[in-house]
Design a binder for this molecule. Structure first.
Ligand code: NDP
Length: 291
């Protein structure tokens, strides 16, 4: 933001519930400030039953756009005027842009994940990827990996296996490939990790305050595995610490967080995002929270 908020200030924000721990205001406001853009980014706590009114409020208050987080990413899809093709396939939106009252939904979690792999010169095509989880993040990651022709296996807890099976069936159908979904048991996990080149944790296991939890026992990890943990709070999860200890390549959730934010920033402003500034802002907030 440049100077004080004024009648010329363009407003963006994030809707979710809970919203107290979001990193996004810090990242976006730092980015606006560094480029001298007269924009501001604010958090809005929106309960599920108020979602429709909140979306109408984007038009009514002439907000430029919002990010969408837990628990609204799927429910919001049907309230928008247009969807980007990738968001439509995923069936979840984390970014909305308001073009003179026309609301379009995007999924920048997926793009952010792929950009993070590309930044590290990892090309997912033909790679055997084990995806843990079938929630919001896993859904976006499963789509982008399958679109990029990775060979994906999904493991999820039994209680929600039908959700994982449904995701695998939709990925197989959409991208004309075979995606398997299995129950997250010790035996399936062992086989699947042994067979994988890239392991992606898209469950919330390991996230604060459960920082001693890990989805994969240390003895299954190997030096030739790439381990990507989408959890960013804490940055060094137990999974990543144990993967590093055996010499595996590790990727933490910060980069995906920054990349998804950077893509949203560009959608709203049309300006190339200051990725380094956004990374610094998110990192310093995370480090402050960890103290
Ligand atoms: P969801 O609640 O939609 O999904 C959570 C997933 O974790 C589900 O598959 C759930 O399984 C699984 N899970 C939870 N607890 C356990 C457990 N004890 N054992 C096994 N599986 C478990 O959350 P999201 O997908 O939105 O977020 C997941 C994580 O990813 C969070 O830590 C979030 O902060 C992070 N994230 C990071 C992003 C980034 O940019 N780096 C972007 C988005 C999310 P079940 O279905 O059986 O409950």
């Amino acid at each position: 933001m440049k100077g004080l908020i004024s009648g010329q200030t363009t407003i963006c924000g994030i809707i979710g519930d809970p919203i107290g721990h979001t990193m996004s205001p810090a990242m976006h406001n730092a980015a606006f400030k560094s480029l001298g853009l007269n924009y501001v980014y604010v958090p809005f706590k929106v309960k599920s039953m108020e979602l429709r009114k909140a979306i109408e409020g984007i038009r009514g208050l002439n907000l430029r756009g919002v990010n969408v987080t837990i628990p609204h990413k799927v429910a919001v899809v049907q309230l928008l005027d247009k969807l980007d093709p990738l968001a439509e396939r995923i069936g979840a939106v984390n970014t909305i842009v308001n073009d003179e009252g026309i609301l379009t939904g995007y999924n920048t979690d997926a793009t952010g994940f792929l950009q993070t792999l590309h930044d590290r010169n990892i090309e997912p095509a033909e790679k055997k990827v084990l995806l843990l989880g079938a929630g919001g993040a896993a859904r976006a990651i499963g789509h982008i990996l399958t679109r990029e022709k990775a060979r994906v296996t999904i493991l999820n807890r039994k209680q929600d296996l039908s959700w994982a099976e449904d995701l695998a069936a939709r990925l197989s159908r959409n991208y004309k490939t075979e995606v398997k979904a299995l129950e997250l048991t010790a035996e399936n996990l062992k086989k699947a990790v042994n067979n994988a080149e890239i392991l992606v944790n898209a469950t919330s296991l390991g996230m604060s305050p459960e920082i001693d939890s890990t989805p994969v026992p240390a003895e299954l990890l190997r030096a030739d595995l790439t381990v990507f943990d989408v959890v960013y709070n804490p940055l060094q999860t137990r999974l990543l610490r144990e993967a590093k200890a055996v010499g595996a390549q590790t990727i933490d959730g910060l980069e995906m967080l920054v990349r998804q934010g950077a893509v949203s920033f560009e959608i709203w402003t049309g300006v190339k995002p200051p990725v380094e500034v956004m990374r610094e802002a998110a990192l310093s907030l995370l480090q402050k929270n960890e103290k």
